[in-house]
Design a binder for this molecule. Sequence first.
Ligand SMILES: Nc1ncnc2c1ncn2[C@@H]1O[C@H](COP(=O)(O)OP(=O)(O)OP(=O)(O)O)[C@@H](O)[C@H]1O
Ligand SMILES: [Mg+2]
Length: 254
Amino acid sequence: MTQPILSLRGITKHFGGVKALTDVSLDLEPGKVVALVGDNGAGKSTLVKVMSGVHRPDSGTYQFEGREVAVSNPAEVADMGVQTVYQDLALCDNLDAVQNLFLGRELTGPWYTGYRVSRAAAERRAKEVLKRLRLDSISLTRNVGAMSGGQRQNIAIARSILWEPKVVLLDEPTAALSHSAAEQVGDLVRELASHGLAVLVISHDIHHFVLDNTDRIEVLRLGRNAASFNSRDVTGEQVVNAMVGGNEAVNMAG
Ligand SMILES: Nc1ncnc2c1ncn2[C@@H]1O[C@H](COP(=O)(O)OP(=O)(O)OP(=O)(O)O)[C@@H](O)[C@H]1O
Ligand SMILES: [Mg+2]
């Protein structure tokens, strides 16, 4: 079995009186796509925020590359090689793909240019990255505000890859997308794993996106680990039952 690159054990997190996570464990392995699923409020986003350094857990351990780390802020986690793409994407609609990809760390020219941003270099690098991710069809020069939801999502994911991370965390990348756009995101997610990245993706689209594009499914229910499945050995119905507590629901109905 592949060694996990990121490993959480016994994570608990309260918000005042709300227990968002209780004793949660999760492993992410290089080259694998793990789906994190669960009902609304199950704790999925909170767990991602613990992994990305936004929230500090009340208890539990965080291991990265086999070593326990004391994570204290998102910048540190990003530097370590864990990138997060949130649902709002944080793209600038009035800028094109190249400008968005390099937002906040523009490539600079040599000193005799006054360190001016080198558009040509940025375009070359953007082209190279988009090609590597099989996203060559995305225009480099159109404002991203005029692009489809799927293209915008893929640009946000491509941007996270420019930092050459080892782990990518995606919180509901397909929430606002059509079926075909979600399929494009699915292709990209598998492409990332094929390059050896560990990918975690939150999704409510169990029957299509999750079953088609992930290797393993981790189910959270009421802030706890409820089940773990190999994606190819499970039906959508079994996953949904684990999310809602199938048997209890049946008993209540009966
Ligand atoms: N910053 C916060 N302050 C207080 N409570 C919070 C905070 N963030 C999350 N919670 C609570 O923690 C619980 C888990 O929320 P979380 O956002 O992790 O769920 P989720 O599984 O991502 O749900 P969804 O599918 O709706 O996105 C919820 O009860 C939520 O209200
Ligand atoms: Mg959420």
